[in-house]
Write a protein that binds this ligand. Sequence first.
Ligand SMILES: Nc1ncnc2c1ncn2[C@@H]1O[C@H](COP(=O)(O)OP(=O)(O)O)[C@@H](O)[C@H]1O
Ligand SMILES: CC(=O)N[C@@H](CCC(=O)OP(=O)(O)O)C(=O)O
Length: 265
Amino acid sequence: MNSLTIIKIGGNVIDNPDALTQFLASFRGIQGHKILIHGGGKIATQVAEKLGISTTMVEGRRITDQPMLDVVTMVYGGLVNKQIVARLQAMGVDAIGLTGADANTVLSKKRAVGAIDYGFVGDIEEVNSGQIQYFVRQNLTPVFAPLTYDRTGSLLNTNADTMASAIAVDMAIRNEVTLVYCFEKKGVLADPDNDDSVIAELTPESYADYKSQGVINKGMIPKLDNAFKAVEKGVKRVIICHANQVAEAVGGSGVGTVLRLGVPA
Ligand SMILES: Nc1ncnc2c1ncn2[C@@H]1O[C@H](COP(=O)(O)OP(=O)(O)O)[C@@H](O)[C@H]1O
Ligand SMILES: CC(=O)N[C@@H](CCC(=O)OP(=O)(O)O)C(=O)O
């Protein structure tokens, strides 16, 4: 099987010009075929605020009414995606910017209204890995914005961690996939106040323990839920690491947190 690296980069790095530059340099250094999925939630919130649109997040997900959908379409699909693509091109990485609507790559369904109406938020129903594979085979590097679409032609806002997990799972049918969630810390920390307290290996059991102690909380919980889902569904390797260290992590240097199923031997 071909090896393929899928990287997710979050809003705290994208929002920081120096951190983004360092990440892109590290991303460029990853050997072989690769795919980037970016977030940008922080920038969307800032742009919305400038337009007088306030943000409501429920369990880490953005309530996306029509004005907010317009903002995230402009910010994720335009500003953030195209800036990253242009910078990768300048570094010699032949990147192509995509949303889930482009080449019918990621189809979703508008989340049903329950106790909460999330608005135009999409839950992924289908990843068209054949189409994504086509781009990769052309030696292109797909760069996905966290936008999907439904069969009525509406764009839908989809969490970038979820999108990375779903794409990785589907691409794992045809490839040996390494999925890396990278952010501004060195990995999942055993002590949130100590940036060097990286947990080298996390299993569902140790994850549950850390969660019950409150050591793992906030945005890290949906991220790890998505990450474990990927391991369970056939993704070969899942790593959580610092955005600067992504090439080292993929190269097997042991930085960051590796997820494993079951208690390690
Ligand atoms: N144990 C932990 N180790 C590292 N980060 C943690 C931990 N528990 C909570 N977090 C928080 O999770 C955040 C990452 O989640 P999130 O903000 O969704 O990231 P991103 O936008 O990069 O996807 C970190 O910035 C950190 O504040
Ligand atoms: C539905 C939903 O919540 N979508 C996210 C998509 C962006 C994202 O995931 O960005 P980060 O990775 O930077 O957090 C949002 O609009 O915030």
